[in-house]
Structures are given as structure tokens and as C-alpha cells.
Design a protein around this ligand. Structure first.
Ligand SMILES: Cc1cc2nc3c(=O)[nH]c(=O)nc-3n(C[C@H](O)[C@H](O)[C@H](O)COP(=O)(O)OP(=O)(O)OC[C@H]3O[C@@H](n4cnc5c(N)ncnc54)[C@H](O)[C@@H]3O)c2cc1C
Ligand code: SF4
Length: 585
């Protein structure tokens, strides 16, 4: 898809900052309403199929898929021992990546930590600076939120309710399902509403055993609800239907784009309307404000390669740089009118930062499958999901909110979790015998949105482009630790109920940030004193400024956020286009 050059002399109807799930969706919706949109992306447009190489066999890769020796990706222990910025101490490595950058297939997609430093408390901050952002490598689990999440305060008194209900967003979840494609099975759960699913993937033998065991406990196990088109999408020529290679399971990414990614799912179709101009390598450093009107008038950006500074004008500014980068950009956009940063009269920008806590889980073996012939179990874009079961009908005495488990079983390319030792022929024999019997799952739990968990700008440290870095003030609290203890116990209890031999029970809590589901730094609300955005992700302070990514979330729930980010964004951009047409912005 060729880029047409951005015309910096004209005033665009809208400028969108960031090309991930949120920026892609904003570009799609606004251009479909006929608005002339400029999309600015800080990273490069990578030859993504060459990066992902979904058809490459491990033995065809010089490092068997691992990183080349001049690169290093941070480990759990390093996150624990070192303090940000994660640069000093790793001088031997030419490039340093977050924990997710540990494969040859993602090395150019995730950022170099040295070029993009941050400070403060420990945080495993995964960033993908390229066209499409993190959607190029995301895990595809696509879940809806429900009124158990939107109205959580009504149930337990903590935090704030969202200014919307499920009924407000449900039609937009439907639109996202139909436009992008999602696979799964209907379960009729009030706390995990169903999508409009395409053909489901199949559970394998051990997963069915677990599902049947859980039924007796009143718990549900369902097929992985993946943002993947299994039936194809007639309206999108850039995407093919899934043919079950399982390469996306390797480290995300699908080179035929059956798995949703923002460029092929949203941006290229938007460019086909003739209404979208894309400029990559454009690092936005400030939203510009008209001192007369107080409205946003455009943005300043730096060309990431030449380091030249540019300004572009627009009638509406849409920030979609991802939860933490969007908060950073608002805080960077200080002016005489807005000395605390843009859209920040409430003082809530950067605060109420929340996500999912991870770590506890279980690994086991279905003994009846040991020694059975191998089956094709990883030829699918995901295993299973076990939805939340805590604090629904009952009230847990130790913690509020809930958690779900992601998991999978069976034969995979690199056998794991088989817990066998030795070497030579007998070792290989043991691995072969056990690998198809493996089953494992790990939990994702809601981290409460608390004002005291926040980010601000570091007064000293700057990134490669001279832009002040973020500083983290963020820690899991008591509720998260108590929930994590429960995750470990219930994981074990469920595997025992299914009759699995337990190999490992994990109880360690992973570093903050590990879930890559950062949310809530510019939350929505009805009260401008305690929230940054209204229900349409429009700034309370600056009416032609919208922030359409996960920063708008009021709480994290325990469901993965991307489908909700895109559904909210679609709703907000419909409203934006309507208001724009009426001359109200
Ligand atoms: C390995 C992995 C697994 C995941 N699994 C799941 C999952 O199973 N389910 C789920 O729901 N979510 C998952 N996620 C999270 C999901 O990818 C994000 O929720 C989603 O991508 C967020 O979209 P976004 O547009 O807010 O941010 P991004 O996708 O990160 O896009 C933001 C874009 O903005 C650009 N940008 C940033 N700053 C600037 C600036 N100053 N100027 C210009 N551009 C800028 C970035 O370069 C980037 O391209 C996963 C993520 C990863 C990495
Ligand atoms: S399983 Fe489907 S979505 Fe995953 S890499 Fe293969 S074709 Fe793509």
C-alpha cells in the first residue's frame, strides 16, 4: 500500500496520532464518514510479512527463532533486580528489548529500550513502534466487557462506574465483530457476553476433559475467542481466512493477516477511500493549542530519521498513541492556557492507571494421553479461555473483582512443560511420550484503578528524540496480592478436579506491566472534576480533542481490552463525525 505524501500546508479535518488498534479504528470510522484524515505514526512501516515469516521452520532459522547474539531481551529476574531505565548493565548488547522481544520474529517490531527509556518503579513496558503498533504481534484473545465491569462500583463500592452501560456499546461490539472477524462459541454468560462468532476452533482431548471437570464445579471453559477470521471477510481484500498453521501462537503475528492487525484490518481499507493520508516516522511531541480559542489546532512532530521538526494543522485532534504514550503526550502539551498539560484540569491525566496482574497458574499432564501418537494440536490461533467465576453471585471475603485463565494443551512445535530430564535417545523418547499430554493455564486478574498509581514526566531523562520520558509510580496493592493467592489455589483445585497429574503450581506474581494491558490514564466520566473525558472520549476541557485508546477505561475488568478499545473508539468516532458535520467542534 503506497503512502501519499502528507501535505503540511493544508488543514486536515482530523489528525490521528498512533496507528494501533485505536488509531486504526479512528482512521477507518472517520474516513468512512468522508472526513479528510492524516494519520501520524512514530514508527516505520515494516515489511511485516518478512518479519513474521509465519511459514519458516525452526531449523531454517539461524537461531531456531531465538534472538541474534547482539540483542538481549529482559528476563523476569532482570526486571526484579534492575531499576528503570533498563539500559545500564546491558552494555554488551547492541539492542535491548522488553521481555516480549525474545524472538527473531519480533526484534524489529518492539522498541529498543535504550532509545525509549522510562524511569520510576519497575515496569515491563512492551511497546511496538511501527505501523500497526502492538496489533502486529498481539495474542488475539478478544473479549467483551459487561455491566459487571461497567457498573462494578454498584456491586462492591470501589472506584467509579463507567458513564456507559453494556447496552450503549453492544451495537459497536457487533460492528467490530462483523468488520474484523472473531472466532468462538456462544456460552450465554451474563458476565462475558457473546460475540457474533465465525467458525470456532476445536478443543483438544485434555481441554475437553478439563471443561467436563469444571462443569461439575459450575465453571465454564470455552474455546479461545480470537480476533481471527476463520470464515474470511468478503469486504476486505487484505486479509485471508485462517488455515490453522498456529504460527501466531509462536509470538503473535500472522503473515496472511487472518489474525486482526490494524494495517490490513483498518488502515489500508481506509486509504482505499481516498480520505486517509499516512505519514510514518512521525513522532508527535505536542498537541498545539490556539491561544485565542483554547481549542487544539494541530500537532508538532519530529521526523524520527532526520530529527526535523514539523507542524501540521487539523480541525480535530485524536490521540491514540496507546494508554501510556497518550498520557505522556497530554502531559507534554503544556501551554499558558493548560499549565498542567492538556485536558488535565481535573489533575487525573496519568492517574488511575490500571491493568491485569499475571503469574499464578498451573501446569499438568493428562495421564491417559502419555505415549499416545502425536496429534495436530497447535494448528489453531488459540487454546481455551476460562472466564471469571469470582465475585459474581457470591462475595469473596478476601478480595473484590475477578480473574480469568488462558490456557492450552497438546502437541506443539517446541514441547514444553513436560518436566523430563536426561539426554540422548532416552531423553527424546521421554519428550515424545509426554508432550501431547501437557496442559497449562495462567491467570489474568483485574488490578484496581487507584489514583495513587500514576505516571508523570521525568524531569531529567529524555528519549532519543529529546522528548521527556515517562516516570512510573505504580505498584500492585493488597487486593491484587490476595487475588493472586486465590488464582494459584483455584488453578490447582481445577486441575485436580479434572484428574490431571500436576507438574507445577506457579505462585509468583510477574512484574507490573507483564500483561501488556495498560489502561486508565485519562478515564471517562460524567464529572469533569474527577475524569478527563466524557462518554465519547472527548476531552471535558478541549472539545475538539479526543483520546480514543485504553487510557479512557474507568477500570481494567479482567477481560483483555483490545476489542473494547476498538468498539468504544468506533462509538466515539461516530459521535465525533456527527458533531463535526453539525459544526459543533
Ligand atoms: C504480545 C502481546 C500480546 C497481546 N495479547 C492481547 C490479547 O490476547 N488480547 C488483547 O485484547 N490485547 C492483547 N494485547 C494488547 C493489545 O495489543 C493492545 O491492547 C492494543 O494494541 C492497544 O492498541 P493501541 O492502539 O492503544 O496501542 P498500540 O497498538 O500500541 O498502538 C499505538 C501506536 O501509537 C504509536 N505512537 C506512540 N506514541 C506516538 C507518538 N508520540 N507519535 C506518533 N505515534 C505514536 C506507536 O508507535 C504505536 O504504533 C497484546 C499485546 C502484545 C504485545
Ligand atoms: S493459525 Fe490462523 S491466525 Fe494463526 S498464524 Fe495460522 S493462519 Fe494465521
Amino acid at each position: 500500500m503506497p503512502e501519499s505524501p502528507a501535505d503540511l500546508t493544508k488543514t486536515y479535518d482530523a489528525v490521528v496520532v498512533g496507528s494501533g488498534a485505536a488509531g486504526g479504528m479512528a482512521s477507518h470510522v472517520l474516513t468512512s464518514h468522508g472526513m479528510k484524515v492524516l494519520l501520524l505514526e512514530a514508527g516505520k512501516k515494516l515489511p511485516i510479512e518478512n518479519e513474521l515469516r509465519s511459514m519458516e521452520w525452526p531449523y531454517d532459522n539461524p537461531y531456531r527463532g531465538e534472538l541474534p547474539p547482539d540483542r538481549h531481551s529482559l528476563t523476569f529476574n532482570e526486571y526484579t533486580i534492575r531499576r528503570p531505565p533498563y539500559g545500564p548493565g546491558f552494555e554488551k548488547s547492541k539492542h535491548l528489548h522488553s521481555y516480549i522481544g525474545d524472538s527473531d520474529y519480533v526484534k524489529n517490531i518492539v522498541v529498543d529500550e535504550r532509545e525509549n527509556p522510562f524511569t520510576g518503579t519497575n515496569y515491563a513496558w512492551v511497546r511496538a513502534r511501527c505501523l500497526g503498533g502492538k496489533t502486529n504481534i498481539w495474542g488475539r484473545l478478544s473479549l467483551r466487557l459487561s455491566d459487571y465491569d461497567f457498573k462494578a462500583k454498584d456491586r462492591d463500592g470501589f472506584g467509579e462506574n463507567w458513564p456507559i452501560s453494556y447496552s450503549d456499546i453492544a451495537p459497536y461490539y457487533d460492528k467490530v465483530d462483523l468488520y474484523l472477524g472473531i472466532t468462538g462459541v456462544k456460552e450465554n454468560l451474563p458476565h462475558l457476553p457473546d460475540s457474533i462468532f465465525q467458525r470456532p476452533t476445536k478443543l483438544n482431548c485434555a481441554e475437553v476433559t478439563l471443561r467436563d471437570g469444571l462443569r461439575k464445579m459450575g465453571r465454564v471453559l470455552t474455546q479461545y475467542r480470537a480476533g481471527v477470521t476463520t470464515d474470511g471477510l468478503k469486504h476486505n481484500k487484505y486479509r485471508s481466512r485462517c488455515y490453522g498453521r498456529g504460527a501466531c501462537e509462536r509470538k503473535g503475528g500472522c503473515d496472511i493477516h487472518a489474525a486482526f492487525d490494524s494495517p490490513t484490518g483498518l488502515i489500508y481499507p481506509a486509504m482505499d477511500t481516498g480520505n486517509l493520508t499516512l505519514r510514518t516516522n512521525a513522532v508527535v511531541r505536542e498537541v498545539v493549542v490556539d491561544p485565542q480559542t483554547g481549542k487544539a489546532s494541530g500537532v508538532h512532530f519530529i521526523d524520527s530519521e532526520t530529527k526535523k521538526d514539523y507542524t501540521v494543522k487539523a480541525k480535530v485532534v485524536i490521540v491514540a498513541a496507546s494508554t501510556l504514550e497518550s498520557a505522556r503526550l497530554l502531559l507534554l502539551s503544556k501551554s499558558r492556557l493548560y499549565p498542567n498539560g492538556l485536558a488535565n484540569s481535573s489533575g487525573h491525566v496519568g492517574h488511575n492507571f490500571c491493568e491485569h496482574v499475571m503469574g499464578p497458574g498451573v501446569a499438568g499432564r493428562a495421564k491417559n494421553l502419555v505415549g499416545k501418537p502425536p496429534t495436530l494440536d497447535d494448528g489453531r490461533p488459540g487454546g481455551f479461555y476460562l472466564p471469571r467465576f469470582r465475585n459474581l453471585a457470591e462475595k469473596n471475603p478476601n478480595f473484590i473483582r475477578g480473574y480469568g485463565f488462558e490456557g492450552g494443551s497438546g502437541s506443539v512445535m517446541f514441547p514444553h512443560g513436560t518436566d523430563v530430564h536426561g539426554f540422548g535417545a532416552s531423553f527424546k523418547e521421554e519428550v515424545r511420550k509426554n508432550q501431547g499430554a501437557y496442559i497449562g493455564m495462567g491467570a489474568f486478574g483485574e488490578v484496581l484503578a487507584r489514583y495513587e498509581n500514576y505516571v508523570d514526566l521525568d524531569p531529567v531523562v529524555k528519549d532519543k528524540w529529546g522528548i521527556p520520558s515517562l516516570r512510573f509510580h505504580y505498584k500492585f496493592g493488597d487486593n491484587e496480592h490476595k487475588m493472586a493467592a486465590d488464582m494459584k489455589e483455584t488453578a490447582q483445585e481445577m486441575f485436580e478436579a479434572a484428574g490431571f497429574e500436576i507438574i507445577n503450581v506457579h505462585d509468583r506474581v510477574l512484574t507490573e506491566g507483564w500483561s501488556i494491558h495498560e489502561l486508565g490514564t485519562a478515564r471517562m466520566g460524567s464529572d469533569p472534576k474527577t475524569s478527563v473525558l466524557n462518554q465519547f472520549q472527548q476531552s471535558h476541557d478541549v472539545k475538539n480533542l479526543f483520546v480514543v485508546d485504553g487510557s479512557a477505561f474507568v477500570n481494567a475488568s479482567c477481560q483483555n481490552p483490545t476489542w473494547t478499545i476498538m468498539s468504544l473508539c468506533w462509538r466515539s468516532c461516530d459521535y465525533l463525525a456527527d458533531q463535526f458535520g453539525k459544526g459543533n467542534l
